[in-house]
Write a protein that binds this ligand. Sequence first.
Ligand code: BGC
Length: 288
Amino acid sequence: MIALGVDIGGSGIKGAKVNTETGELLSERIRIATPQPATPEAVAATLKELAAQFTDYEAIGCGFPATVHHGICFTAANIDQTWINTPVEKLFTETLGHPVFVINDADAAGIAEMKFGIGKEHQTGIVMMITVGTGLGSAIFVNGALMPNTELGHLILSDDIAEHYCSDAARQRQDLGWNKWGKRFNRYLQRLQFLFNPDLIILGGGASKSFSKFQEKIRVRTPVVPATTLNLAGIIGAAVYAAGETDAGHAPNITEAEEYIKNMLEAEAKHEKKKKQAVTPAEDADDD
Ligand code: BGC
């Protein structure tokens, strides 16, 4: 299938047409700066503007830098807080006027590597993809199947959230040299190794291009390799996801997603009510 793959990031929204059987890019990559503030409506409008620059594709897939469960965004570590609880698939689909499939960005990158990159040769065992950029993204594959929405960039390391300690943004923000940053990142990989015992760790995102600069600081027994699809992995994987050519499957359709968020909000409201009721008897007792 020919699909449009889009990678939504904190600074840029990038897209290209992809042959989802071969992983080949069929157009040049177009990048539009992420609007600031990157609210749901502003990002959806920019996505529409980007998609309008391409023709002749059958599906659209988007990698998104947050947890995307049943088409709904549940976290906002590096994006505007108003994204929390936003039905992102529904919003994009309605704004663009045709179905848009949305997946976590690191999961998308992992899908590309498992299908077209180094992961192709590792369909048995446990493969972890770690994307190193503004945040730290993670994807875990067990015997080739994705366990979606792992958030291993949020492990605590040195009393800090791992992605604040050793993402590429942390390296730039704190002006760390590759050696110093490499040592930090090595600690992170050691923790992942201890917790998950993966058979292979693939590094994606911006820092994967600079692998040779910090490679010698990496001292884990698990083989660690840079992604072969480099920072195009997110675009390619999102396109493959949209085409349905992955075990990750599609999120349920929009109606199901709506039903899901409705149930969730109802459950939250019930919980709040119960909490209030738990307090009220004591207050009543005082009144007596
Ligand atoms: C987010 C993840 C995302 C990663 C890379 C993290 O802050 O929580 O969902 O995959 O950044 O963008």
